[in-house]
Design a protein around this ligand. Structure first.
Ligand code: GDP
Ligand code: MG
Length: 583
């Protein structure tokens, strides 16, 4: 963590110089602003410093959620975690309720009233966890907070109403997250139901039914009549098998907070999803800025339990402080280190409140490149336009701009104003929101402001395209070119230890010690290296200009011959123009 002031002091340069340097990178920072690592790195190297990034605390050790870090032998299959999405009134809530009633509640007291934001369904072949927050907004809000909990999305489509705007929105949100979709065609009990038409229409949006040779599983259901719910669950298990969902149950537990609240009687309580490891009573943990020691574990049926393994939703008691939905939950050795980590997180959190530019911006893209950032060079766009025609035209031109090195992806395009869900999607996918003859809702603006998502609006198509083009030019990896700064001719050679020295007449430009040199003979390069010694008579010199003579040596090269032509050059990085890059 470093501010402009701290960086300047450490390098002993004027803050103003650092601020000016930052401006050339498109970063407009104030003296007390915390700098992004990349920006700090570029500035430091420009002033001749190397910046080493060290972790403030053992955060990365906490984040060993990635299964690839685990010994594969320790991984065991775990149940899939499912979120239900779809257009309003197509039956999301009904489907959740129907599944819960037919699989969870029967014969188990309090099963329905005691639910905790997620529940587990058991069938002969396995278990499935359902998150009780249907809709893609909740899904993407979690993702925007960095949490990945959903393994499979159920897309509910009413067989009578068909594909609606939010159906497509849900598809894009799931796709942007890289989460597979299982389609539940609902309300097949109704007379006007046409499940085949749903298959047809979704095929036009990239979801080809399995029975038609595609990859997407479609199940016809009725939430109201409870038709085919078992078949739906079976297919979720099938999809889950394909995904090979695994976790190590024998480690300290790790998970994500699904919801948290203050209970007047019990104090702070949170529902978490255990994603790896096994959570036990008495475990010390950190969760977001909160920490604590597990006093009680309550399952989705309201029962006290002692342990909770991977893919188990569980309510926990014993929190100090209030975590937020989407926060990570991590068990640590003991309560003291839990408290230490939470304290440090609070510090960092306070600092981060000061750094506002969290996401991609068109200007930021350019500076990301100048800094030599190796980040994936994608430009993700959420596109909103006034008409289907302009939307299609823009989508076509934008996607046509992709080059081999840099993809432009319109991750979601729709007619209408930018909404809260558009901004959340942009935030979660590091995208910019571009609007053509459209506006952003007040709530969307608020979130964009808070999350640092860039929203731009345009009245002219050309302007939008030009801006993206300009940003892309920054995104393209710079090209390194040799620029010749001087030329010379070898007039004589002198043997020395380890090679020979070329007595050279400088014909053009200049030669610099440490600079690049190419030895040309008969129009071909015979050697390329660096000028390691440069002498003017007996003196070591840094530079020799045109019209003068000098002695040149190259480390590890002794093959100069009289008559060789020498080229002195520098390597320059140049931002490439879009028009020059390969298609
Ligand atoms: P949501 O907005 O997606 O959560 O949809 P709801 O679950 O609230 O359902 C909207 C309406 O559709 C309600 O009146 C439900 O009773 C009705 N509904 C849901 N599923 C079915 C079904 O399978 N068949 C019929 N006939 N109606 C259904
Ligand atoms: Mg609902």
């Amino acid at each position: 963590m470093i501010t402009v002031r701290e960086l300047s002091e450490k390098m002993e340069v004027k803050t103003n110089d650092v601020i000016k340097k930052l401006m050339t990178l498109g970063v407009f920072a104030t003296i007390n602003q915390r700098l992004e690592t990349e920006a700090a790195q570029v500035v430091a190297s420009d002033f001749g410093f190397e910046l080493e990034v060290v972790a403030m605390y053992k955060e990365e050790e906490l984040a060993v959620t990635k299964t690839e870090k685990e010994d594969p032998a320790k991984l065991k299959p775990r149940p899939p975690v499912v979120t239900i999405m779809g257009h309003v009134d197509h039956g999301k809530t009904s489907l959740l309720d129907a599944i819960r009633k037919s699989h969870v509640a029967e014969g188990e007291s309090g099963g329905i009233t005691q639910h905790i934001g997620a529940y587990k369904v058991k069938v002969d072949k396995g278990e499935v966890v359902f998150l009780d927050t249907p809709g893609h907004e909740a899904f993407t809000a979690m993702r925007a907070r960095g949490a990945k909990v959903t393994d499979i999305v159920i897309l509910v489509v009413s067989a009578t109403d068909g594909i609606m705007p939010q159906t497509l929105e849900a598809v894009d949100h799931a796709k942007a997250a890289g989460v597979p979709i299982v389609v539940a065609v609902n309300k097949i009990d109704l007379p006007g139901a046409n499940p085949q038409k749903i298959r047809q229409d979704l095929a036009n949006h990239g979801l080809q039914a399995e029975e038609w040779g595609g990859k997407t599983i479609f199940v016809d259901v009725s939430a109201k009549k409870r038709l085919n719910l078992d078949k739906l669950i079976e297919n979720l298990l099938l999809q889950s098998e394909i995904l090979e969902l695994k976790a190590n149950p024998d480690r300290l537990a790790h998970g994500t907070v699904l919801e948290a609240k203050m209970d007047p009687k019990r104090g702070a309580v949170a529902t978490i999803l255990v994603q790896a490891g096994t959570l036990k009573n008495g475990d010390a943990f950190v969760s977001g800025l909160a920490y604590g020691k597990i006093k009680a574990l309550v399952d989705d049926l309201g029962r006290r339990i002692e342990i909770a393994g991977p893919s188990t939703p569980v309510e926990i008691l014993g929190l100090t402080g209030n975590p937020q939905a989407g926060d990570t939950f991590t068990v640590v050795e003991n309560e003291k280190s839990a408290r230490d980590i939470a304290e440090k997180r609070r510090l960092v959190h306070r600092e981060q409140m000061m750094a506002h530019q969290k996401h991609m911006t068109l200007v930021g893209l350019r500076s990301a490149l100048t800094s030599g950032s190796s980040k994936a060079k994608d430009l993700n766009i959420v596109l909103k336009a006034d008409t289907q025609g302009s939307l299609q035209a823009l989508r076509d031109s934008l996607e046509g701009m992709a080059t081999t090195e840099c993809r432009v992806r319109v991750i979601h395009g729709a007619i209408g104003n930018a909404s809260e869900s558009d901004v959340l999607l942009a935030s979660a996918s590091d995208a910019v929101v571009l609007m053509f003859h459209a506006d952003a809702d007040a709530r969307a603006k608020e979130i964009a402001d808070h999350d640092g998502v860039e929203i731009r609006s345009y009245e002219i198509i050309y302007d939008l395209i030009e801006d993206v083009k300009a940003a892309l030019e920054g995104l393209l990896a710079p090209e390194v070119v040799d620029v010749i700064v001087g030329k010379g001719e070898v007039k004589a050679t002198f043997a020395v230890k380890g090679g020979n020295i070329a007595g050279t007449a400088v014909r053009d430009g200049k030669v610099t010690r440490g600079g690049f040199i190419r030895v040309m003979r008969d129009g071909k390069s015979v050697h390329e290296g660096k000028v390691s010694t440069l002498k003017h008579f007996k003196d070591d010199v840094k530079e020799i200009d045109k019209g003068q003579e000098c002695g040149i040596g190259i480390d590890g090269f002794g093959g100069f011959k009289v008559g060789d032509l020498l080229e002195f050059f520098v390597k320059e990085t140049r931002t490439r123009r879009l028009s020059q890059s390969p298609r």
